[in-house]
Design a protein around this ligand. Structure first.
Ligand SMILES: NC(=O)CC[C@H](N)C(=O)O
Length: 227
């Protein structure tokens, strides 16, 4: 059975839901702690959402310097699949595994809603089980989800096809080009602001969409690990 590491930083909130999503998808979750200096031989890593280090300095900035991130960065460069969800996406940008930055929502408020997304890119370790252009609905909950990049970075992101998800119907935070999620050039590292781990069971998932649209990310990585 594939093993997926879930990293807990001080202030992480969604590690248990991420572990549950991994289990429902059919893999074994492995607890990783921010002080770990290796990733215990896992097949993939999830950086879950939350408020690591109380969002001090900038969301994800302190976590990006933790020992475990040294190992995650090293693994990611060799092709280890890594998924950053919300605060995890912020950590990936702060670690420079993904380009750009997440800043305060343009309306300056924390937002919590079921959000429609377009799956723009399916050639990644985490989205292969979706159809290109598929519409999915998963929860979104953050204060700093506004994706910004320099004009050169944005041109490169769009030119290389690194946009994985875009917001549909409603602009929740002012992100450039409605970008909700990105991948690195190789496609093994994916970060997104909305929370797929909260849409993996009928009874708890959003009322619109299938309710379990988030499961596709976790199923996708297992398929990609099988090759
Ligand atoms: N749900 C989350 O992971 C929130 C991330 C971060 N603390 C923010 O508010 O933007």
């Amino acid at each position: 059975m594939s093993k997926i590491g879930i990293v807990t930083f001080p202030g992480t909130l969604d590690d248990r839901d991420a572990a549950r999503a991994v289990r429902i998808a059919g893999a074994e979750p492995v607890e990783l702690w921010h002080k770990d200096s290796d990733v215990k031989g896992v097949d993939a890593v999830v950086l879950p959402g939350g408020f690591s280090y109380g969002d001090y300095l900038r969301c994800g900035a302190i976590s990006a310097q933790s020992p475990v991130m040294g190992a995650v960065i090293e693994g990611a460069k060799k092709g280890l699949p890594v998924l950053g969800i919300c605060n995890g996406f912020q950590i990936l940008c702060e670690s420079h595994l993904l380009p750009g930055a997440l800043i305060r929502n343009h309306h300056q408020k924390f937002i919590c809603r079921d959000q429609a997304l377009e799956v723009v890119r399916t050639e990644t370790a985490w989205t292969g089980a979706f159809e290109k252009g598929q519409r999915i609905v998963i929860p979104l909950k953050n204060g700093e989800g506004n994706f910004q990049a320099t004009p050169e970075q944005l041109e490169r992101i769009e030119g290389e096809g690194q946009v994985v998800f875009r917001y549909l119907d409603f602009d929740p935070n002012g992100s450039m080009n409605q970008i909700a999620g990105l991948c690195n050039e190789a496609g093994n590292v994916v970060g997104l602001m909305p929370h797929p781990e909260h849409a993996v069971e009928d009874v708890f998932g959003p009322e619109s969409g299938s309710g379990t649209d988030g499961l596709g990310l976790f199923k996708s990585v297992l398929e990609s690990l099988l090759g």
